[in-house]
Design a protein around this ligand. Structure first.
Ligand code: AMP
Length: 594
């Protein structure tokens, strides 16, 4: 396929907001691709070149792309920059500059989707001395061959600002449309299950193109490829947890740290992945070093929570400590000494080369205890099998007094397989906060910010917060929050938000508010509030409880916890908020319409 057709399809998609229409357009586009083109297109539609967990980045900042564009369009850099500012988007400026050129692009053959993908990939491999110049040259060559619409999309891609609004799940829908035959629903389930283990849409697309649905059986857990983590449901009381689980269940401490999926190969290589599948290996050299000796057999893939601890006393330290180690590039060894951590293992996903994903939890846990040697850095999550509410309550109290945030109940049934990427009642979390009126903290996404006043005037001082609506793939607002932030938090947020600012309200954001700054929904904060009330002005869960009303969080306050482990789509959903609202002790009547 020519890159032009791809860019034109992207252009059309960027103008659609309805998920069903996006899906139809994607199916139409993907149907036309051959086996080699399929993975490239699937990655590029998400603004990537490789699956996200590989962390491959183009590393092309604004200045570099601007230089390349100036070269390719024989424009003056300063003049071009002015157009970028005026149009608010370098993509539009590229379109304009390319359109103004009287001649057609060079006599070279038209760009193909694969050729473009390869050239972009080549940029990521350039390093060392003179790498900036080389990158500019490759980019300029590509842009010189591009038509206006291709240039617009290439520039946006290079800057990492594609914003097509295409979500992974919609791509899976489109693949199911193509390969679903007479039963697209079953195909959709099979494709998602395979994706949850592979985490690589390119691999899924390529297998489907080669051998249809049956080829997906080749997807398996393996070293170096993170699987999407299993998630827990929640219940409001331990009695309710029992009701779900039956006569007996296991309770484990719910540690407040970072979830880590650790892959240890036969030759002792280690890779650590976060809940969002980012590679954390470099950030936790101490854990990576301790892991190979912690097992009687290799390879293994295990899961646990990495928690800051006082190595002298064995006491758990607050979550905030570990966030100092996350996302760092420098001083890694020093931080490892300053903030020592311990990995509390709770699951074994692969033993030898054998997947345990379909093995029930009790056998996985026994196998975990068989293969693991406990030590200073690696231990098991504390656990007990309980069969009545009083012993569950006693275990829960012990968890709290040991510094945990609650417990995770785990089903002991024969069906208790490891459900990659799934939230279900095989695991149920129960936290201390569930006993307060609102019942829980809420993870919400920043969609906009307001300038601070007085002492806070150098930062943004309040934030427009939203919940995710997966049915409509949009973010709808829940509250404005300006309480609970110290100066360091405001400074950090101001810097982060300026980096992800966008010129106008993103299409995926639904709100009646107009903040001083719009941002791409990316940053998730943990909030606490007095209660959820019906609101005529906030749009979260609009119409789900009462026509014309959404939900608002009253007296919201930032808890101090940046949920860096969560992406925007992992924030609480509007349906979860409806659940919280319904479970509130008393329902708060709507505030009057303004
Ligand atoms: P939440 O982040 O509130 O949705 O709670 C789920 C998280 O609890 C998981 O993603 C893990 O990071 C964490 N966790 C802590 N201890 C455990 C445990 N014993 N079993 C499973 N998850 C745990």
């Amino acid at each position: 396929m020519r890159y032009l057709e791809f860019a034109e399809a992207c252009e059309q998609i960027s103008e659609i907001s309805k998920r069903l229409e996006i899906r139809a357009k994607l199916s139409e586009l993907l149907r036309q691709l051959n086996r080699e083109e399929m993975p490239a297109a699937l990655y590029m539609l998400q603004g990537q070149l490789r699956p996200e967990y590989e962390g491959v980045e183009l590393g092309a900042g604004d200045a570099l792309v601007l230089k390349a564009l100036a070269l390719a369009t024989v424009s003056e850099e300063t003049a071009l920059k002015q157009r970028v500012v005026a149009l608010g988007d370098m993509g539009e400026a590229a379109f304009e500059a390319r359109s103004k050129m009287s001649t057609e692009p060079t006599g070279k053959p038209a760009l193909s989707i694969l050729g473009t993908y390869e050239a972009l990939s080549a940029i990521t491999r350039i390093s060392g001395e003179g790498s900036q110049e080389s990158k500019i040259k490759v980019m300029a060559d590509l842009l010189a061959q591009a038509s206006p619409i291709e240039a617009k999309h290439l520039v946006r891609f290079l800057l990492g600002k594609l914003r097509l609004g295409v979500k992974e799940m919609t791509l899976l829908d489109a693949l199911a449309d193509i390969h679903g035959g007479t039963d697209p629903k079953a195909a959709r389930i099979a494709i998602e299950e395979a994706f949850n283990v592979s985490s690589d849409l390119g691999e899924i697309g390529s297998l489907l193109s080669q051998g249809g649905l049956s080829a997906l059986q080749r997807v398996s857990i393996r070293w170096g490829k993170p699987i999407r983590p299993m998630l827990a449901e929640r219940e409001r009381s331990l009695a309710d947890v029992f009701e779900r689980m039956g006569k007996e269940m296991a309770l484990e401490y719910k540690y407040d740290g970072l979830r880590v999926q650790a892959h240890v190969s036969a030759d002792r290589s280690v890779k650590l992945f976060s809940r969002r599948l980012e590679d954390l290996s470099a950030q936790f050299p101490d854990v990576a070093k301790a892991l190979p000796d912690a097992f009687r057999e290799l390879p293994v893939i295990v899961e646990g929570e990495c928690v800051p601890v006082d190595l002298e006393t064995g006491e758990l330290r607050p979550f905030q400590d570990i966030s100092r180690r996350r996302g760092r590039k420098y001083d890694l060894e020093r931080m490892a000494e300053e903030v020592p951590v311990r990995l509390f293992l709770f699951d074994l996903l692969m033993r030898g080369e054998v997947s345990l994903l379909n093995t029930p939890y009790p056998e996985r846990r026994t196998a975990l205890e068989t293969v693991t040697k406990r030590g200073e850095r690696i231990d098991f999550a504390t656990r007990e099998v309980v069969s009545d509410v009083p012993s569950a309550e006693a275990f829960f109290q012990r968890a709290l007094s040991d510094g945990c945030e609650g417990v995770v109940a785990k089903s002991l049934s024969a069906e208790s397989r490891y459900k990659a990427g799934g939230r279900g009642f095989l695991w149920i979390k129960y936290k201390r906060e569930y006993t307060t009126e609102l019942g829980d903290t809420i993870d919400a996404v920043i969609v906009g910010a307001y300038r601070g006043r007085g002492k806070r005037s150098q930062w943004y001082g309040a934030f427009l917060m939203a919940l995710y609506d997966p049915d409509r793939e949009c973010f709808s607002t829940l509250c404005k929050v300006g309480t609970g932030f110290d100066e360091a938090a405001l400074a950090r947020l101001t810097e982060q938000l300026d980096r992800i600012a966008v010129p106008q309200k993103p299409a995926s954001v639904e709100t009646t508010f107009t903040p001083d700054l719009w941002v791409d929904p990316q940053i998730v904060l943990e909030l606490r509030g007095a209660e959820l009330s019906l609101s005529p002005v906030h749009s979260a869960a609009s119409g789900l409880i009462r026509e014309g009303y959404g939900l608002a969080l009253r007296f919201p306050r930032f808890t101090g916890k940046f949920r860096e482990d969560k992406g925007a789509a992992d924030a609480n959903t509007v349906r979860e908020a409806v659940g919280f609202y319904n479970r509130q002790v008393r329902h708060v009547e709507a505030e009057p319409k303004p």
